[in-house]
Design a protein around this ligand. Structure first.
Ligand code: MRU
Length: 352
């Protein structure tokens, strides 16, 4: 299963519509960069690596849809499309990372004409998608070595195939441990308000045949304090140079409860999620989403909150690096001091 892919016959970007899961499985066909930006904003596609690759395909669409034969006007169209895509969601750095990589590739071909640029953007976006799957499998191998046979794990949000192109980050580690024959049990945080855990992670785990139970987010502390959890696994949307982690809202509370009970918390991420330009988590932009996401949940067909009620809805929080036991990346497992080891990992991951 690929969450997002390029359809050369369109040309179009095909993606699983994650808003409809688990009730319906539908593929969206998007034919413009603006449609891709809207799909990212509406969370038809979500998860840091998946939105990065989707944005890359969006930029490739802008290039192939353009009729111009002038390099400068194609360049302007690409800059406009990339600002629309970049603005779709602010926290995951993979979005700008992917766009910058494609723009750089296009820039280097400015002397070769518009056709060369169009072709290069499609090839580069597809390469990025393939790389994502390879990187996830490498991370999963490194991470699975940390998971014991018989382990019970808490997992937050959705970090699986749906959050990437395929396989996943934190959930990829769980998948690989399971494929290695380890008996794993997953306590799936439901992940309010959009319920990525209950809707998407539980759906994926059922397909892989991995035993699991959904828990309310606020039950995690209870299970951690009772000694029934061996490790907590989370992904990341952006990691600052000092190791502070921006991830799905609730990660910070989970990390505090894990630390208080001496349960390791592993953060699994590709090096493209590391932002060395930001010294700490304080500088990471946090997306706030509409109040309706919090208030529109229904019970017995009725909204859970009184009419007119206000809500505040940060989509991410910052977990200080002191609460992270280790980072799992495609170049290996990183331990403190994170400022040194994250920088080294980014260098090591550069194409030679
Ligand atoms: O708002 P979302 O669903 O895009 O948030 C996703 C997360 O927070 C994930 O943990 C993160 O992107 C890593 S996914 C491999």
């Amino acid at each position: 299963m690929r969450t997002v892919r390029w359809d050369p016959d369109g040309p179009a970007v095909l993606m699983i519509d994650q808003r409809l899961l688990p009730a319906d499985f539908q593929i969206l066909t998007l034919t413009t960069a603006a449609e891709v930006a809207q799909a990212i904003q509406d969370m038809a596609v979500r998860g840091a690596p998946a939105i990065g690759v989707s944005a890359a395909f969006g930029l490739a669409l802008a290039a192939v849809n353009s009729r111009t034969r002038e390099v400068e006007s194609l360049w302007q169209e690409l800059e406009t499309a990339s600002s629309i895509l970049r603005a779709a969601r602010p926290t995951a750095v993979n979005l700008s990372w992917a766009l910058d990589r494609l723009l750089q590739a296009a820039f280097e071909l400015k002397g070769k004409g518009t056709e060369a640029i169009r072709e290069c953007l499609v090839v580069e976006a597809q390469r990025m998608a393939d790389e994502d799957v390879r990187i996830n499998r490498r991370m999963a191998e490194h991470g699975a070595a940390l998971i014991q046979d018989g382990a019970t794990l808490i997992h937050h949000c959705n970090t699986g195939a749906l959050a990437t192109v395929d396989h996943g980050t934190a959930l990829g580690v769980i998948r690989t441990a399971h494929e290695q024959g380890k008996r794993i049990h997953v306590l799936v945080d439901e992940t309010r308000p959009r319920l990525q855990g209950a809707r998407l992670t539980a759906w994926e785990l059922a397909q892989y045949g991995i035993p699991h139970e959904v828990i309310c987010d606020n039950a995690a502390g209870h299970f951690l304090s009772r000694g029934v959890v061996d490790a907590v696994l989370v992904g990341a949307d952006r990691v600052a140079a000092n190791g502070d982690v921006a991830n799905k809202i609730g990660t910070y509370m989970l990390a505090l409860a894990a630390s208080d009970n001496q349960v390791p918390l592993y953060c699994v991420l590709p090096t493209s999620t590391i932002d060395l330009t930001l010294p700490s988590g304080e500088e990471i932009p946090i997306e706030f989403r509409e109040a309706a996401e919090v208030l529109e949940l229904q019970r017995d067909g009725k909204p859970i909150a009184p009419a007119g009620c206000q809500a505040r809805n940060p989509a991410f929080d910052i977990t200080p690096h002191r609460l992270v036991t280790a980072f799992v990346t495609e170049v290996g497992v990183l331990h403190p001091p994170y400022d040194v080891h994250l920088q080294r990992a980014v260098q090591e991951a550069q194409p030679k």
